[in-house]
Design a protein around this ligand. Structure first.
Ligand code: AMP
Length: 220
């Protein structure tokens, strides 16, 4: 079986995390989600977590220096099974730093999926988002609620609302996306032929099917 090295991009609420988890279950590569990694650092009370928390609570991006310092170790640990980078890189300096790192270590990226959604839809998805504390699975309070309230369908863990999923913070996160992360998509479009747009407004299963087909067609 091939070892894939992939990136998934798109605004907050595009469904990156949901799609990534389904892809990981299917293909078995590592899910390197910088948001999940940072939330675990905050929960664990580490130095990094303490430094990142205030930025995350406001819906601001965490400084590049903190993110760039942590990601290499996660990539190294995942080399054997491949990885899907989710929520990283989020700024052009992060993209430049990771590109240098990947070329220095001869780790080519196979594909970059850009999930596209209307930003009004994104706000609805996020204000209704419910997340599992244990495995990070995402639910929608109206269209895709957990079968039993408060309990994750996948791992039986507790579900909760994310602290940064309030409407005012979402607007800030979208603003951060539009000003700092959208340019990363343009940067990769200009630099590589790897970016593949995916319509993220369809049902979860339809988006997943397209992503699996695209990954399946990556040459060995
Ligand atoms: P997410 O779970 O991807 O929505 O990320 C939650 C929060 O973590 C973001 O609003 C940022 O504060 C922080 N974060 C996650 N990934 C990055 C990144 N690559 N660069 C800077 N901040 C990040």
């Amino acid at each position: 079986m091939s070892t894939y090295r992939l990136m998934i991009m798109g605004p907050p609420g595009a469904g990156k995390g949901t799609q990534a988890k389904l892809l990981v279950d299917h293909f078995g590569f590592a899910h390197l989600a910088t948001g999940d990694i940072l939330r675990a650092e905050v929960k664990g009370g580490t130095d990094l977590g303490k430094q990142a928390k205030a930025f995350m609570d406001r819906g601001d991006l965490v400084p590049d220096s903190l993110i760039n310092a942590m990601i290499g170790a996660h990539i190294q640990k995942s080399l054997a099974k491949g990885f899907l980078l989710d929520g990283f890189p989020r700024t052009v300096p992060q993209a430049e730093a990771i590109d240098d790192y990947l070329s220095e270590h001869e780790i080519p990226i196979d594909a970059i999926f850009n999930i596209q959604v209307d930003q009004d839809l994104v706000v609805d998805r996020i204000v209704n988002r419910i997340t599992c504390v244990g495995c990070g699975a995402a639910f929608h309070a109206v269209s895709n609620p957990p079968k039993e309230e408060g309990i994750c369908d996948h791992c039986g863990g507790k579900t909760q609302r994310r602290a940064d999923d309030e409407e005012s913070k979402i607007r800030n996160r979208l603003n951060e996306y539009n000003t700092k992360t959208q340019p990363v998509v343009d940067y990769y479009r200009g630099k590589t032929g790897l970016v593949q747009d995916v319509d993220g407004q369809r049902a979860i299963e339809a988006v997943q099917e397209e992503l699996r087909a695209k990954i399946g067609s990556i040459a060995d």
